[in-house]
Ligand binder design. Sequence first.
Ligand SMILES: [Zn+2]
Ligand SMILES: [Zn+2]
Length: 269
Amino acid sequence: MRELERAGTEEAGPVAAILARLAPAASAGRAGMRILADLLVPPLCLSCRVPVAEPGRLCAPCWSEVKLIGGPVCPGCGLPYPHPVPAGTRCGACLRAPPAFEAARAAGLYEGPLRGLVLGLKHGDRWDCAPLLAGLMAGAGAELLAEADLLVPVPLHAIRRIGRRFNQSALLARALALRTGRPLCLDALMRARPTRPQVGLSREARARNVRGAFRVRPARLARIEGRRILLVDDVLTSGATADACARALLKGGARAVCVLTALRVGEEG
Ligand SMILES: [Zn+2]
Ligand SMILES: [Zn+2]
């Protein structure tokens, strides 16, 4: 057995050397396949499917309809203000019920082509939309990302995960981690009980629906304790889900929680 192990160890040298020599060829091969694939199926706009120069992009007309959030926002929930306001001005919702998270930011408004991309990610397995959305999130959430010790996605309920192949929040968190190099823990949070879909519920009913619905997975408590967590989700509506997740993370020992979503609704949800 020991001899086998030694043989295995000795094998690793030449095998590793051969693999290292093959790697550039494999990479060149992949590039060649890409060019061939682009000739056969040219890259298409993620939204309207007209041909574009590079994959994973929007065409110029679709891009012109995108509403990025760039102006003044509520320092709490990231609600965009239509006019300049004194620094630190919180919106009515944050004043009435201060959220458990420190700050939430979103790249764009939940409308136009980006809304279609997020819905595609959620319902249609359009995982190819994740890198573009993550790129926009990295820009909008640069400050939050710089301070974050760990990225954590909002978990899907197990039953819903069977219906959809992907957890869109996990896809976005993974794409963000790849892009920024921030550490990622995909399964830090779990659902403690089932919840109804939030669509169509009032702000109060949304909060009631998700109150106490999340908790930190016991095996992940050590990764959460004392850390600044950046919670990742696709859309922020009333902020009730983000608030419930933030409460669970703080209860699990997190030092602070901020929220980064691809999109958010433009009014108090
Ligand atoms: Zn387009
Ligand atoms: Zn606010």
